[in-house]
Design a binder for this molecule. Structure first.
Ligand SMILES: NC(=O)c1ccc[n+]([C@@H]2O[C@H](COP(=O)([O-])OP(=O)(O)OC[C@H]3O[C@@H](n4cnc5c(N)ncnc54)[C@H](OP(=O)(O)O)[C@@H]3O)[C@@H](O)[C@H]2O)c1
Length: 423
């Protein structure tokens, strides 16, 4: 196993409690930081032929696809040749609940395919995002009460590493039926705003999450090595993972933001459960029970913007390109008789601009704040239209304007507020 990973360390702790012999791989110089009874092997798992000798006498392998990279197929062949019996793969929920960059899901899927066709007894653990990922916020939390990030309402069911380790350790010992796939998530779906509040509660501080602009976040992502050509994919929301329908309570004893867990300030310590304590592993697929608040509201806002765009486009084209006399002859166009051609065409151009502003900035992720700004302008336009049609006694048109006004208020509220594009 790659012992220096978040999960690897926890699994090693559990197996050491049971005096299980461990061989740990590291690219570093080796055993300095390891307990005496762990055999350290220095090597690069991308080139597993260099560590073949270390596989002799090994009963079970724990595989991290990130650590093995393109060397996984070769590592598995060598493992079979050296008489290894079992392999436990740390995969990800993105295989079954695609989100984020497709290449990550594809890499995990490829690793699962290699493992399941290796000839070894295999167990695949599809993991939700780790509780320890929140440690990325530690520097911000040390220096203030505000955590900045993007996609504050993107939700996952983060799982504590010691829970993963308890299941992995059991699987390594052969306590899991071979040829099985297990999705491991915590029972609670949490968005980033909620996670920060929970950390604050655990620390006794009032922490809050603040959305950065998406473009700022994408730039930060690309500085960390994401491909420049796909900054939008790079900054896509974290995967929303399902929660377990009937969580076996013992499995989730290391709750997210548990004060016992490693704290973002780095002071508290964790108490890993014994592998023998590990509860029965859920073998049935979890029902996809995702956080319901975010996507429907976001979708409703997109639909509202789409409808208003269509209305603005139709109104803009007719006012800009249809002659005044023809407009005046149409039902509802009577008001144009008393208006100058210049005024009508100006209104038409404004409506065309509104059609652009209501959707394109968000679609292209260029100044998306223009969406609610346009909606606010549309509100003013509709108030004017309602007054004009009201004076002419056109109550049906006033009603129609009221509907457009309501849509615009909805968009302005949602996109300036809780469903802002910088979330
Ligand atoms: N974080 C999440 O939310 C999440 C969610 C689902 C799945 N996963 C997956 O779960 C797995 C376990 O993650 P983890 O965070 O515990 O980290 P990990 O990838 O298992 O461990 C990281 C350690 O692996 C070692 N390593 C990396 N490349 C290596 C190489 N070429 N040869 C030898 N050793 C190498 C390094 O240790 P040395 O520096 O000592 O060499 C590194 O510190 C990963 O594959 C990850 O992609 C993560």
């Amino acid at each position: 196993m790659a012992w220096n990973g978040v999960v690897g360390r926890q699994v090693m702790n559990l197996l050491l409690q049971e005096s299980t012999a461990i061989t740990a791989v590291t690219r570093g110089p080796g055993s300095a930081a390891l307990p005496d009874d762990v055999q350290a092997v220095s090597g690069d798992l991308f080139r597993p032929q260099w560590i073949e000798a270390a596989l002799e006498g090994v009963e079970a392998l724990q595989i991290s696809p990130r650590a093995t990279g393109p060397g996984l197929g070769e590592l598995l062949r060598l493992a079979v040749r050296q008489g290894v019996q079992r392999v436990v793969l740390l995969s990800a929920t993105t295989v079954e609940h695609p989100a984020g960059e497709a290449r990550f899901a594809a890499q995990f899927q490829h690793a699962e395919d290699l493992v399941s066709s290796s000839g070894l007894d295999w167990t695949v653990l599809r993991l939700a995002d780790f509780a320890a990922n929140a440690l990325a916020w530690a520097p911000q939390i040390r220096s203030g009460d505000v955590v900045r990030g993007a996609y504050g309402r993107a939700a996952t069911s983060p799982i504590h590493e010691t829970d993963i380790a308890a299941v992995a350790a059991r699987a390594l010992r052969g306590g899991v039926p071979p040829g099985s796939i297990h999705t491991l998530t915590a029972p609670q779906s949490l968005d980033q705003v909620e996670k920060v509040h929970l950390i604050g509660a655990a620390l006794g501080r009032a922490l809050s999450f603040r959305n950065s602009r998406r473009s700022t976040y994408a730039r930060a992502c690309s500085r960390k090595g994401c491909p420049r050509r796909s900054p939008t994919a790079c900054s896509a929301p974290w995967p929303t993972t399902p929660t377990a329908p009937d969580p076996p309570p013992a499995l989730w004893k290391n709750c997210w933001a548990d004060p016992r867990a490693p704290s973002p300030t780095g002071h508290a310590t964790t108490h890993p459960p014994s592998a023998a304590d590990a509860p029965p592993i859920p073998t049935t697929p979890h029902s996809p029970h995702t956080k319901t608040g975010s996507p429907p509201m976001n979708l409703a806002l997109w639909i509202a913007a789409g409808l208003l765009t269509a209305v603005a486009l139709a109104g803009g084209i007719s006012k800009t390109f249809i002659p005044k006399a023809r407009l005046a002859a149409q039902h509802g166009g009577e008001w144009t008789q008393d208006a100058s051609t210049g005024f009508i065409k100006t209104l038409g151009v404004l409506e065309l601009l509104a059609a652009i502003g209501l959707t394109l900035p968000a679609v292209l992720d260029i100044a998306p704040v223009m969406v609610p700004v346009t909606a606010a302008c549309w509100i003013a336009l509709m108030v004017g239209a309602m007054i004009t049609h009201g004076r002419l006694g056109q109550s049906r048109l006033v009603l129609l304007n009221t509907v457009y006004l309501a849509l615009a208020i909805f968009i302005a509220w949602g996109r300036f507020g809780p469903w802002s594009f910088s979330s």
